[in-house]
Every structure is written in C-alpha cells, then in structure tokens.
Design a protein around this ligand. Sequence first.
Ligand code: KG4
Ligand code: ZN
Length: 393
Amino acid sequence: MTNISGNLTKFNTILAIDTSCDDTSVAVVRRNEVLANVISSQVEEHKEWGGVVPGLAKKLHEERIDGVVEMALKEAEKKLAGENLIIDAVAVTKGPGLAIALEVGIRKAQELAIDLNVPLIPVDHMEGHLFSSLIGTESSGTIGDIDRKFPALGVLVSGGHTELIKVDVVGEYKLLGETLDDAIGEAFDKVAKTLGLGYPGGPIVAKLAEKGDSSAFNFPISMKNSGDLNLSYSGLKTAVLYKVRELAGQSRVQERKNTASWEKGIKPKLEGESEAEGLVNQTIADICASFQIAAIETLMGKIRKAVQLYEFRSILLGGGVAQNILLQEKLRELAANENIELFIPGEKGLFMDNAAMIGFAGWLEQFIKVPRILKEKGEIEALDRDPGMRIAK
Ligand code: KG4
Ligand code: ZN
C-alpha cells in the first residue's frame, strides 16, 4: 500500500468493503465518482451446491479480501494518474447479510481504519442499493443535487429483497411495502431451478423469455387487490411449478403413446426430430415469458399504486433484478407518463452486490442529522455486524 495517508478532517475519498453475501468487493469512491469497484464473485464456487453456502462464503472472503483491497487501491491510483490517493474514511457493510460473511469485511475495515487513522462508517447494505443508481450521474455531485431528487421512491429488487421505500431525505426512510414471502429474484431463481436452467436463474429466465410468448400461460398476479403496497411471490412460484409438472406429465403421456406405436410397429407421422425438440424449448421459453410478465406486473402494480398515493420526484431502482429489461422498460414508460425522473444503475457492477455503493452511501452519511461515523479507536473496534438490519419500518 503506497501513497496512502489518513486525513481526519473531511472525507471525500472513501475506501469501502462489502462482504454481505457471496461477493467479495472493495471500492474506492470520491463523492459520487467510482475510482475502483473490484468484485470477486464466488458464484462459480457456490453454483455446484445449488446456492450460497455461508461457511464457504466466509472462507472465500477470508482468502480473497487482502488481494481485493490491493487491487482496488491499485486501480484507484491508476485512475488518478499521478495524483496522490488519500483515503479520508473507510466504509463497510454492517448488515443485512450473512453474519459470518459480514464479519470478514468488518474486521478488515476496522484494521484499515485504524492503520490509516481515519474514521469508519458503518453502512446499511440496502442503503447502498437504494442510492446505487445515482452514482456517477451528473446531477448527483453535491448533496444539494441529491436533495432535489426527494421525495423519491426507492425500488429495491434482489435475490433477498423486494421493497418499496419512500425517501424524504438521506437517512429518513419509510417502508411503503415489501414482499410477504419470497423476494422477486428468489422467484426467478426458483423458477429456473424448476425448469432445470441453472443458478443464478434470473438472467437465464429473462434471456429465454425473449423467445417466448408471454400470453401462453396465465400465471397469477398475487395481492393485486390487497389494498396495500405489499407483495407476494410464493403463489406465482407454485403456479409455475404445477404448470411444469402438468406439462411434464403430458409429455409422459406422449411417451406412452410413442411406446404403443412402437410396440404395434406403426410409425406415426413426425414433423422431424428437431421440431419436436424445438417444441420443448419453446414451451420452456413460453413459461419463462409468462412467468416474467406476471412477476414484473406484480411489482409494477404496486409501484403504480405508490406513485398515485404519493408525490415523487424520482424513482431510484436498485438491486440485481433491476437489470431486468422488461422491468426497466415498464418503469421508463411509467416515469415518462407521470413526469418522474427515473434512475437506473449505470453499469453491471452497480446492480449487483458491490462496494462502490457502500462507499457512496458512506459519503452521504456525513450529511444526515446524526451521522453514525466512528472516530475513536475504541468505537471502531467495537463495531459489530447486524445481519438482520432493516433500512426502514
Ligand atoms: O443484488 P443481487 O446481485 O444479490 C442479492 O440478492 O443481494 O441480486 C441477485 C438476484 C438473483 O436472484 C438473480 O437471479 C437476479 O438478481 N437477477 C435477475 C436478472 N439478473 C439478475 N432477475 C431478473 N432478471 C434479470 N435480468
Ligand atoms: Zn444486495
């Protein structure tokens, strides 16, 4: 680590760490600008177990964290091209997430803050996602610019969260609605699993949906008329499972018919083997498209309702599912009709779990009424993870 020295009086340049789940990420941000955002994904390692394994995540975070810190610092120095990199503060995800994974990042952040003699800022991972769409935008360079986006509707959609949040000012959040069971990304992942498409399923289902007919199957839109802004995805997931079982059952009936023809020695008229194969693939694509439209409509229904109930100046979209093109299109349409500014994260690294968003949220922390910034060595050492942390009630 070269060229780094502490500066206690202000913090514009922040070294940030996120180890909340299965990505080891370290970033350097300067206000709303990303100098480095290194993400070491563990997806390949967890894939063979069918999903994230906490113990494995912890082990891989421990093995990789030092290297990822080094890489982020090198990248930031390169980007500064000769200008000295001075880290003013360290930010770290305190929660929510996997307890034993969070601990690895927190320990490293404590060590770095003490070594560099700079403050440590504990950050809520969801606050990171909430403001991730403002990173790097021209209109978010100062706190004044950011204040002009409020009141904002935060739409947080990931593998673990589906939340609609009203943001009145940085640090003041109201939970308008959330999923009562599965998260939207979890529903995508479970449908992919049912269809044998692999993990994580969201991008695969979305890709196949492009080739499918979204009106082929009529899947339910849960809690459409619930009168509140809460959502549910378990009914949709189950409806897809039953439909797949039903269709697979039909294909077993077809197999029995084939067997009967074969036993009688009568060849049925076939349209060619590749066609038959195509039919199966087409059915899968149709299921993906029909599921996707129901999943997105479930969310959009509640967003439309929220926009009717409150006056929002902007919508801030964040989380892995925010990459979904259909969701982005529907939101663009809504934003244009309602004259609301829409923000979508500007690059892949800002959708997924990443430390840049933690650094940006950490930078914003200094502007709230009672900032939670740890300056004393004792306070820094006492920081503990909060796996069940909630951004808003
Ligand atoms: O935010 P994220 O990287 O991790 C957390 O859950 O915190 O989100 C990952 C989730 C997974 O469920 C994944 O399947 C979903 O985002 N996802 C998508 C798409 N790309 C990723 N879901 C729908 N459409 C996509 N294009
Ligand atoms: Zn996340």
